[in-house]
Design a protein around this ligand. Structure first.
Ligand SMILES: [Cu+2]
Length: 587
């Protein structure tokens, strides 16, 4: 790491990081992270690994200058690197992470359901089945302000699924400016000895963190949140910056016909990936940290939404290069189209033969198969995404607070959720992964009934029925869109897992879809405020409720984010079970 000159504009913002001696004047220094040129060997992040059943580590969130060919910007990262260090633990381990927020003042703008407080943070262990209460994986109640630190404690159950996960800041309102701008780490739960087949255990194993810095979204978020840190000095790229382990278009070299295990972590903020591997042979092994039941499932492409992971076993034949690239898909405007990395085959042929079928000998309770008529759900609720009057609604609401629960689920129960809008949004559920109950439309072998996910999007099938087991923990269950700009704008909600039996099942505790509060009024958008005031007066004269106007306004104000507006219905939710009034008063 080197030191670079810090522009005066950010001197105040980073003064706390570097001490008062650097608080003013020219020549401020900022650590520099180099982005190498394209075509260099794939790098691997520093690994911090547990031993003796535990790992204690520190993640420092701080400002750096990211410098590479045709690009120079100031952003926020973990431990001064892009990506941050890889955290590696075993099932049953105790993981303790101190998040040191080394960002400085100012706090930035305050807001609800808009970008805000870009220097405030916390931590999410994405995909882990761990306690959602503080000091565990609590992301809505724990705020690690600038210049402060907080310890997050996680105890994995002994039979936690080994696999590929990741860790990233998750403060509502600053996710784009942090996780979406470089602050992300791979988190691996290693396979215990003897867990895998001999064939799989012997494979060379590569972690590939895919990060995307979308310039327009980052600049919009920085402006909206009053951020004084994020700054672009040079950005002469044909498209958004895409990095694989911190480098554009790296090269992974392997011998012809030699099988390798590749763990893809999609840490991008907005676009999704439709990845093709050229002439290489690809077998799906796991999704979102959970092994599939029918390895080797040979596939042509993998679908990775923001937050998603895929473990594949692949090999390439002959000598030469194969480009791993993301392809266009059904005219969808949100898919990234372009190359990501090169697979280079070189040297003598190492033909390891065919891949042998393998699946885990047993599954933990939270991953027991929930399909079929014999497993009737104990509780069933609907979760529409972006449907109705606002494109960023989840279950008919923008975020209303850490204890404003959308649904309540009983503990130790089979929960069934019908999610709609997953063609446009990435549904992500904390703590309890979910199982697809049916084969989605499209006949893409990447998605099959029985598969488990924690982040799900499918552009050809807008609705999916999933089930999950509310075992091992009680407390908040965070649900949100993992397109982080949507989440920061309010597309995040809290549900509650608490109690037992039918009385603990209660859908739509916040009521039916309703109009949402305006963003930035009355101070932020004077032109809009005037328009709103005039229109409200006019509508009031006509006897039309202001609530209707609010909804119309919000829909129109979101139009820029979407090619297609919602259908104009106030709510397109499916019929739901009545709210249990007794439970509502209990909570
Ligand atoms: Cu979304």
């Amino acid at each position: 790491m080197m030191l670079a000159r810090l522009p005066l504009a950010v001197a105040a913002a980073t003064a706390a990081f570097f001490g008062s001696a650097h608080a003013a004047g020219a020549g401020e220094l900022l650590p520099e992270v180099h982005i190498p040129g394209a075509g260099l060997p794939l790098r691997e992040a520093v690994v911090t690994q547990s031993s003796g059943g535990s790992l204690q580590t520190v993640l420092r969130l701080s400002a750096v200058r990211l410098v590479g060919p045709n690009i120079s910007l100031i952003t926020r990262v973990l431990n001064g690197s892009v990506p941050g260090p890889t955290i590696s633990i075993l099932p049953g381990d105790r993981l303790s992470i101190v998040l040191e927020n080394q960002l400085g003042a100012p706090l930035g703008r305050d807001a609800a359901n808009n970008y805000h407080h870009p220097n405030s943070s916390n931590l999410h262990v994405h995909g882990l089945h761990v306690n959602p209460n503080a000091p565990g994986d609590d992301v809505m109640g724990t705020n690690v302000g600038p210049g402060t630190s907080s310890r997050f404690e996680y105890k994995l159950i002994p039979d936690h699924s080994p696999g590929t996960y990741w860790a990233h800041p998750h403060h509502h309102g600053s996710q784009v400016m942090q996780a979406g701008a470089g602050a992300a780490s791979a988190l691996l739960v290693r396979d215990p000895p003897g867990f895998l087949s001999h064939q799989l255990e012997a494979l060379q194993d590569h972690v590939l963190v895919l990060q995307n810095l979308p310039r327009a979204i980052l600049q919009k978020a920085a402006k909206a949140s009053g951020d004084k840190l994020f700054e672009v000095d040079e950005w002469e790229l044909p498209q958004d910056l895409w990095l694989v382990n911190g480098a554009p278009m790296p090269v992974l070299t392997m011998k012809p016909l030699e099988w390798h295990r590749l763990r893809f972590i999609m840490a991008g903020v907005s676009s999704w990936l439709h990845m093709d591997f050229g002439d290489c042979q690809v077998a799906l092994l796991a999704k979102d940290g959970i092994y599939i039941n029918d390895f080797p499932r040979f596939i042509a492409t993998i679908t990775l939404p923001p937050g998603g992971r895929a473990d594949v076993v692949l090999r390439c034949s002959g000598e030469g290069d194969q480009v791993v690239q993301s392809l266009a898909a059904h005219g969808n405007k949100d898919v990234f189209v372009g190359p990501l990395l090169t697979l280079r085959t070189l040297g003598p042929v190492v033909d390891a033969g065919v891949l042998l079928p393998w699946k885990p000998l047993s599954r933990p309770t939270y991953l027991q198969d929930l399909r079929g008529e014999l497993t009737a759900p104990d509780c069933r609720c609907m979760t529409p995404l972006g449907l109705g009057g606002n494109t960023k609604w989840i279950s008919g609401h923008l975020y209303e607070g850490p204890k404003q629960y959308l649904h309540q689920w009983p503990q130790d129960a089979v929960a069934e959720r019908v999610i709609s809008g997953v063609d446009k949004h990435t549904y992500h559920q904390h703590t309890w992964p979910f199982q697809l109950q049916d084969d989605p439309a499209g006949a893409d072998p990447y998605f099959k009934a029985g598969d488990w996910h924690d982040s799900y999007q499918n552009i050809v099938d807008s609705q999916v029925t999933v089930r999950f087991s509310t075992v091992d923990y009680s407390g908040p269950e965070i649900v949100h869109c993992h397109i982080l700009s949507h989440s920061d704008m309010g597309m995040i909600g809290v549900e509650l897992v608490r109690g037992h039996g039918p009385d603990a099942c209660a859908c739509d505790l916040l009521g039916e879809a309703k109009p949402v509060a305006l963003v930035g009024l009355p101070g932020g958008k004077p032109g809009h405020a005037l328009m709103f005031a005039a229109a409200s007066t006019f509508l009031a004269m006509l006897g039309i409720g202001a609530a209707t106007m609010l909804q119309v306004y919000q829909t129109v104000s979101n139009a820029a984010d979407y090619a297609e507006l919602p259908d104009g219905q106030t709510s397109s939710r499916m019929p739901t079970e009545p709210v249990n009034a007794g439970l509502v008063s209990m909570i």
